[in-house]
Design a protein around this ligand. Structure first.
Ligand SMILES: Cc1ncc(COP(=O)(O)O)c(C=O)c1O
Length: 437
């Protein structure tokens, strides 16, 4: 289990060598804790898992968690970066992330975003559709620059995961469909455009995937398409397989390890390459969740505790759907411990709810914990991916800070928002100030 509790003699949870009770004393609650060493270990595991390939690149999917500091951290560790918006691109560049290692994704990039991408010289623009292809060609022509692209293909493979995070099936908003020759026609079109340098193909079938067979199916579809292109004289040197490897959130989740995932990909790639008589292209992977998900823990303080007539006991914490919308969005499940009572036996089953004005603001539906008292600290594990990144200010609750921990040291990555931050962009039209209508 990747959320094994390390604790000290006081029975306090320890993350990255830091006592969580002390962290809270310094930084308050709720608090995201980012365990640097856990991410570094995952990066090393990805490298080892793919090292048997002739050429590969690990591209961190920024959408899972991005701040200027995190971008810097990923650059320091030699990763490339997948960004999906002008905002993510801006953060990465502000952090000094090398532009040539940035992959620019998105199914509806604006002309302004594309212009910036061309101006700063991102490594690849991952083109989602024909409208975008024409737009990029136009912009590149105006700038008298070639655009380095991959084409995103919808491979028609259904990954077994929640429908909201499936992306590779034929009815998806992402990419160019493999069906009705649309993909091969797009490849021919792009390859014939003088302003476009088509380097290869991209696909991404979904997220939190446990069943590796979906990846093998995808690889086979993509390699068949590369063979079809080659037969037309279009040699594609790069294949980006996207992200998607799942992680263990709760008991019963059985994701493949990064090592097994890498070995599986390599086998599938070699089989398909042999089947279609192709040389192995350069392979890219774009992990998000499997790099940072288990490295994040959210620490909350418990407030009100009440038992209703049906016998359900609700324990409310000082955060909730504003810092973790994944439960309300797609019924995500989490495990938690009482950070100041590690080692004490579970005594009662609780429903952990947040402080937001929504009945759906539930963090954990049912969990057995030591007896809770107001003031206890609840640590919810595996909140490193798609939590801060999806956080909102619903109910005008300030967003919570991120602290990174490494070998006993803690440092701020994002400060806690203040009430002043909440209203920074608010304006009162002058007419309203005069009591006018
Ligand atoms: C294109 C693309 N690449 C990579 C990822 C990262 O996926 P994950 O966090 O599951 O590894 C996503 C997430 O949905 C994505 O859309």
């Amino acid at each position: 289990m990747n959320y094994e509790e390390t604790h000290n003699r006081a029975g306090h949870l320890v993350i990255g060598g830091c006592d969580v009770v002390e962290l809270v004393g310094q930084w308050g609650t709720p608090l995201y804790v980012f365990d640097e060493e856990a991410v570094i270990n995952n990066i090393v595991m990805y490298r080892n898992a793919l090292s048997g390939l002739p050429d590969y690149e690990i591209i961190y999917a920024a959408k899972a968690l991005l701040t200027v500091g995190i971008a810097r951290f990923m650059a320091n560790h030699g990763l490339s970066l997948d960004v999906v918006s002008g905002g993510e691109l801006y953060m990465a560049l502000t952090a000094g992330f090398p532009a040539e290692k940035i992959y620019f994704h998105g199914n509806n990039k604006s002309a302004a975003e594309l212009r910036t991408a061309l101006d700063v010289g991102v490594g690849r623009i991952v083109v989602d559709n024909l409208y975008e292809l024409e737009l990029i060609a136009d912009l590149a022509r105006q700038k008298q620059k070639a655009a380095d692209i991959l084409l995103r293909i919808m491979p028609g493979v259904e990954a077994h995961t929640h429908s909201y995070i499936q992306t590779g099936q034929l009815d998806s908003k992402f990419g160019i469909s493999i069906a009705y020759n649309q993909a091969i026609d797009a490849i021919k079109l792009a390859a014939g455009m003088p302003e476009i340098k088509l380097h290869g193909l991209h696909c991404h079938i979904g997220s939190q995937i446990f069943e590796l067979a979906s990846f093998a199916k995808t690889i086979d579809v993509m390699m068949a398409l590369m063979a079809e292109s080659k037969a037309l004289g279009i040699d594609l040197a790069e294949l980006d397989l996207g992200g998607g490897l799942g992680i263990k959130y709760v008991e019963g989740d059985q994701p493949a390890s990064i090592q097994d995932f890498g070995a599986y990909l390599q086998d599938a790639l070699k089989n398909s390459a042999a089947k279609y008589g192709l040389k192995l292209p350069k392979i890219m992977v774009e992990p998000g969740r499997s790099l940072v998900g288990a490295a994040g823990t959210t620490i909350y303080r418990v407030g009100s505790i009440k038992t209703n007539q049906g016998g359900r006991t609700y324990a409310a914490v000082d955060g909730g759907m504003g810092d973790n919308p994944r439960v309300a969005l797609y019924q995500a499940k989490y495990h938690a411990v009482v950070a100041n009572k590690i080692g004490q036996p579970p005594e009662q089953t609780y429903t952990i709810v947040g402080k937001y004005c929504e009945s759906g603001d539930v963090l954990i539906n049912s969990i057995a914990l030591p007896r809770l008292e107001p003031g206890d600290l609840l640590a919810v594990f595996c909140t490193g991916a798609y939590n801060y990144a999806m956080a909102s200010n619903y109910n005008a609750v300030p967003r919570i800070p991120i602290v990174t921990v490494y070998r006993g040291q803690s440092d701020l990555v994002v400060e806690r928002e203040t009430y002043q931050d909440l209203i920074r962009l608010h304006r009162i039209p002058a007419r309203w100030l005069k009591n006018g209508v």
